[in-house]
Design a protein around this ligand. Structure first.
Ligand code: GAL
Length: 683
């Protein structure tokens, strides 16, 4: 944390967008601002890619257009989320200083012409960028329209891993600070292997493309270094802004399925308010459950405090192989899933669809078709709905289940040379989350080492890398009476990516009461049968129970006859373990059983299958609660609730009917909340 946090305050739920007026002439700005008023837009991110406009030549600033746009927005009562304009260096900078261009692992430079064409470790880039930040902060730091600073944009989206000589130099410095001596580094990276021992610091390089598999310890530290470098860059911008402006500062995270390079657990504490960008990834089997997971993880980063959805899309994106349009109503469902899970702001990329540039086929709030479009009407409808939900702002989600998530496990579990390339860390995380989500449980996503005392159930999917200390926070909690599910590929390596020996799961071994000898991955597409009638996929292990009760064994496959599902009484708690990836239904059944044992309840009682619903409750400190129900299914759902539904403004006297595809938010009648819980989670 570089300075005490400043609070971002807003009247109700913020509704906004990225706005790129530089792509349009001033007469369009007036129309834009009028339409923003119509839609209820009240927070606009500006100047994200402004560098070449603000500083057309080195040291020569031109703020005329930005002054004008900010003033127009201000006159319309729209607040500004002001970009520092450093997201993409101008052509003059990369021409004068081609050494700032990032280098790929194979040693080739990346040319300008896209965006983010800079090495995060480049002092030349930093110097030029910080001069611009100083000028921008000086000029607008006290402007009454500016409500939030937006540092750069999605730091590390394209350039997180740079392998150039400048990065090599910075990497060595980082390593010297971490290890002190070369002996310690050689030990940490296991360089005795393949004659990799370093005799001088100067010999160390980023993990550039090699002929064979690279050193995984080096790769892990390079990930850590790269994340730290960008955080350091964020801090450098913040240090320039703080003395010039009292406005809160943030940047937009990318908590999403396809970006893995930043360890946001180490970043989040620096943000005055956590902000996230999320795009549905239709390459995933279940993009909306991933959305729920990402929103819960963002809330975890925010330590439960409300956060901002800084970007998502009204419809299709432009960067997937097939860019699906949203179904009618999906925009509202997506947006309110974020709000249900703690967002106090819903913003989009972008306001008006571009007609030029590589994002011209990306959806926007105001589509190419203009206001005579279903999409515009959905945008207007969303704005009106958010207005009705203003009173929800500031409330928090209360969860009794925690799931442990770790970027370091993501990086290391997905190492080049591993037992099976067919399963990744996120597959395990998403599968476990889906199983909990299907029961309508409220789930907090926490970092390894987090205090677990508030939870009834803890799920630890594939926590490949874990320190002894962080593992102990979990096993101590179990010992003291907690119920946990730990899944395969957990506790495999320590902080140095060195394997724990003596039976896999290392620091979880005693809690699990298992001696695991060998991984035996399952061929993709083949299901292994378990003795309880369920099936598993992709993984099995050869193990024996020491103290655990074997709940199910593998019937066939590479580990036939050996434990597949176990439960160990540990202290006064219980540690469950699955040695395979259960099929979706099997996983839901398993977590239902474990949740029941742990006394975990669904957020609300529903008629039928809650799997196609989002059920989340937000609560104000004064006890006022809001039950969010998002119905992804085609059929109407019935949920037990009492109070006033805020979107339809109707009373709810016991049963809330949520039509297929609709969203409802009930301000619950005080005193009745406990009564609407089921005593037990669904079978
Ligand atoms: C984000 C980015 C935006 C826009 C958007 C498109 O990664 O911050 O500038 O490119 O993606 O989906």
């Amino acid at each position: 944390m570089t300075a005490p946090a400043r609070e971002f305050t807003h009247d109700g739920i913020a509704f906004g967008c990225d706005y790129n007026p530089e792509q349009w002439s001033p007469d369009v700005w007036d129309e834009d601002i009028a339409l923003m008023g119509e839609a209820g837009v009240d927070l606009v991110a500006l100047n994200i890619f402004g560098w070449s406009h603000l500083e057309p030549r080195p040291g020569e600033y031109d703020f005329a257009r930005l002054d004008d746009v900010i003033d127009r927005l201000h006159r319309a009562g729209i607040r500004v989320n002001l970009g520092t304009a450093t997201a993409s260096p101008p052509a003059w900078l990369t021409r004068r200083h081609p050494e700032i261009l990032p280098m790929a692992a194979d040693g080739t430079r990346r040319f300008p012409g896209g965006r983010q064409a800079y090495c995060p470790s480049s002092p030349v880039f930093r110097d030029a960028a910080l001069k611009l930040v100083a000028a921008v902060a000086e000029r607008y730091g006290s402007h009454p329209a500016v409500a939030l600073w937006h540092v750069s944009n999605e730091l590390g989206c394209h350039n997180a891993l740079c392998y150039c000589d400048e990065s090599a130099r910075a990497f060595r410095e980082w390593l010297q600070a971490r290890y002190g001596t070369l002996d310690a580094l050689n030990q940490a990276w296991g360089t005795a292997f393949w004659s990799q021992t370093y005799g001088e610091w100067g010999e160390i390089l980023p993990p550039r493309a090699t002929l064979s598999a690279a050193n995984p310890g080096q790769a892990l530290d390079f990930h850590r270094f790269s994340s730290d470098q960008l955080l350091d860059y964020y801090r450098a911008e913040v240090e320039v802004i703080r003395p010039r402006s009292a406005v809160p500062i943030t940047t937009n995270f990318m908590v999403t399925a396809h970006i893995e390079n930043l360890d946001y657990w180490t970043w989040a504490g620096d943000m005055d308010i956590v902000a996230n960008d999320h795009y549905l990834d239709n390459r995933l089997g279940d993009p909306t459950t991933e959305l729920a997971f990402a929103a819960d993880l963002t809330r975890g980063l925010s330590r439960g405090e409300p956060w901002l959805l800084m970007e998502h899309s009204t419809g299709a994106v432009n960067w997937q192989p097939l860019n699906l349009a949203k179904e009618p109503g999906e925009l509202l469902r997506n947006s309110l899933t974020h709000v249900a899970r703690g967002a106090d702001g819903v913003c989009f990329f972008q306001w008006r669809a571009s007609v030029q540039g590589s994002e011209k086929f990306h959806s926007a709030m105001l589509p190419h078709a203009g206001t005579d479009s279903a999409l515009w009407r959905e945008v207007i409808g969303l704005g009106a709905t958010l207005d009705r939900l203003d009173e929800v702002a500031g409330s928090r989600v209360v969860a009794d289940v925690a799931m442990v998530f770790s970027w370091e496990s993501w990086w290391t579990a997905n190492t080049e040379s591993r037992p099976s390339q067919s399963i990744s860390y996120l597959d395990q995380v998403h599968a476990a989350y889906d199983a909990l989500h299907a029961h309508g449980c409220a789930i907090d996503i926490v970092r390894p080492g987090a205090d677990l005392s508030a939870y009834s159930l803890v799920v630890v999917p594939g926590l490949h890398l874990v320190s002894e200390a962080d593992a102990a926070t979990i096993t101590d909690w179990i010992h003291a009476g907690g119920t946990a599910l730990i899944t395969f590929n957990s506790g495999i390596v320590d902080e140095q990516d060195s394997v724990y020996t003596g039976g896999y799961t290392g620091p979880f071994r005693d809690a699990l009461g298992l001696h695991i000898e060998e991984f035996a991955p399952v061929v993709p597409g083949v299901e292994v049968s378990l003795s309880d009638g369920t099936s598993g996929r992709l993984w099995s292990e050869r193990s024996r129970a020491t103290t655990a009760e074997v709940v199910a064994t593998f019937v066939d496959g590479p580990s036939a006859g050996l434990p597949a599902l176990t439960r160990n009484t540990f202290g006064t708690g219980a540690a469950w373990y699955t040695a395979t990836l259960p099929t979706r239904d099997a996983y839901r059944g398993l977590l239902s059983r474990i949740a029941r044992e742990a006394g975990v309840r669904a957020v609300a009682e529903t008629e039928g299958d809650p799997a196609s619903l989002e059920l989340v409750r937000r609560r104000h400190d004064d006890g006022t609660t809001y039950l969010f129900v998002v119905n992804h299914g085609a059929d109407a759902a019935e949920v037990t609730a009492r109070g006033r539904e805020l979107i339809t403004d109707e009373g709810v006297a016991g049963v809330l009917v949520v039509p297929g595809g609709a969203v409802r938010v009930v301000k619950e009648t005080t005193g009745d909340v406990a009564g609407i819980h089921r005593e037990e989670v669904a079978e």
